[in-house]
Write a protein that binds this ligand. Structure first.
Ligand SMILES: Nc1ncnc2c1ncn2[C@@H]1O[C@H](COP(=O)(O)OP(=O)(O)OP(=O)(O)O)[C@@H](O)[C@H]1O
Ligand SMILES: [Mg+2]
Length: 262
C-alpha cells in the first residue's frame, strides 16, 4: 500500500508516495499553472507511474500548500507548516529549525524534540526574500534562475541591494548594471538580501541548529551560502528540497491510515 502527500504551492505542485516503511517510492514536481486541481491530478499520475503503481494502491491522500482546498480527492488537508516540519523531521530527526523558501512564501519553523512544529514566522504579503524575488531579478539580469548561484559564488565582493521590495529592487538592479557593477557582485547582493530577510524570520522564532532548508530556493547554492553566513550555522539540505512539504503530507497520510485500522 502507498500513501500520498500532495503540496499545491503557488509555483509547483509536488507529490510524494511513501510505503508503509515511509520510504519514498515515487515523486513528482510540476508547475501549478492556472488550474491547481488539474496540476494535482497530473502530478499524482506522474508519481504513480514512477512508482509503477496505480490509484488503487493508494491508502490515503493528504493535501497541503496554498491550493490544498482544490484537491477534492484528498481525504484531508493539513497546513504547510505542519507538513514541512514533518517532512524535514523524517529526513533529519535531529533538526530543530526548518526554513522553507518557496515561490511566494518564506517561513521559519521551530520544532520540538519530537520534530513537531511549535512556533513559526512567515513573510508578509510581499515578494521580498522569496523565490519570486529571485525570479524577477534573474529576468532583469537576463539570466536563467538556475544560473544565479554559479555567478554569485564567483563574486569576491558584494554590491549591497538597498531595496527589499521586489519592484524597487528590480529598478535598482537595472541601475547597478548600467553603472557598470560586476553582475556576479550584484547577484551576491541579491542573495544576501534574501538571507537577511530570512534571518529576521528565524530570529523571531529563536532559531537553533541544526537548521534544515526546504522549498525550491534551497536549490540555489548562492542563497544557501549567504544564509549560512547570516545564521552562522551550516544548513542541512535534502537531496530534493522541493518535495519536503509533500513528504510530510505523505507521512501524515500513513499515520492517519494506521489510526483508521486500529
Ligand atoms: N533549479 C533551481 N535553481 C534555483 N532556484 C530554483 C530551482 N528550482 C526552483 N527554484 C526556486 O524555487 C522557487 C519555487 O519553490 P517551491 O516549488 O518550493 O514553491 P511553492 O511551494 O510552489 O511556493 P509557495 O510555498 O510559496 O506557495 C522558485 O521561485 C525558484 O526561485
Ligand atoms: Mg511551498
Amino acid at each position: 500500500m502507498l500513501y500520498a502527500g500532495i503540496d499545491v504551492g503557488s509555483l509547483s505542485t509536488d507529490v510524494v508516495l511513501v510505503d508503509s516503511d515511509l520510504q519514498i517510492k515515487g515523486y513528482s514536481i510540476i508547475p501549478t499553472g492556472a488550474d491547481s486541481k488539474k496540476a494535482a491530478g497530473e502530478s499524482l499520475d506522474e508519481a504513480l507511474s514512477q512508482a509503477g503503481a496505480s490509484q488503487e494502491d493508494i491508502g490515503e491522500i493528504i493535501a497541503t500548500g496554498y491550493g490544498r482546498i482544490s484537491v477534492s480527492f484528498a481525504s484531508d488537508r493539513v497546513t504547510e507548516i505542519t507538513c514541512h516540519a514533518r517532512g524535514a523531521n523524517r529526513l533529519f530527526p535531529q533538526a530543530k529549525t526548518v526554513i522553507d523558501i518557496g515561490g511566494q512564501d518564506s517561513k521559519a519553523i521551530r520544532l520540538n524534540r519530537r520534530g513537531r512544529a511549535v512556533d513559526f514566522a512567515m513573510n508578509d504579503k510581499c515578494a521580498a526574500g522569496t523565490g519570486r524575488f529571485l525570479e524577477v531579478m534573474a529576468r532583469a539580469l537576463e539570466l536563467d534562475l538556475e544560473e544565479l548561484a554559479g555567478h554569485s559564488l564567483k563574486a569576491e565582493k558584494t554590491v549591497p541591494i538597498s531595496n527589499m521590495c521586489a519592484v524597487f529592487a528590480e529598478s535598482e538592479v537595472v541601475s547597478l548594471i548600467a553603472e557598470g557593477n560586476p553582475r556576479e557582485e550584484i547577484i551576491k547582493g541579491l542573495h544576501v538580501s534574501v538571507a537577511e530577510r530570512t534571518l529576521s524570520l528565524a530570529r523571531r522564532i529563536g532559531y537553533q541548529s541544526p537548521v534544515v532548508m526546504t522549498g525550491g530556493v534551497a536549490k540555489n547554492a548562492g542563497v544557501i551560502r549567504a544564509l549560512e553566513e547570516k545564521l552562522e550555522t551550516e544548513l542541512l539540505i535534502p537531496e530534493e528540497p522541493q518535495i519536503i512539504g509533500a513528504l510530510g503530507a505523505a507521512v501524515i497520510a500513513f499515520e492517519r491510515a494506521q489510526k483508521e485500522v486500529s
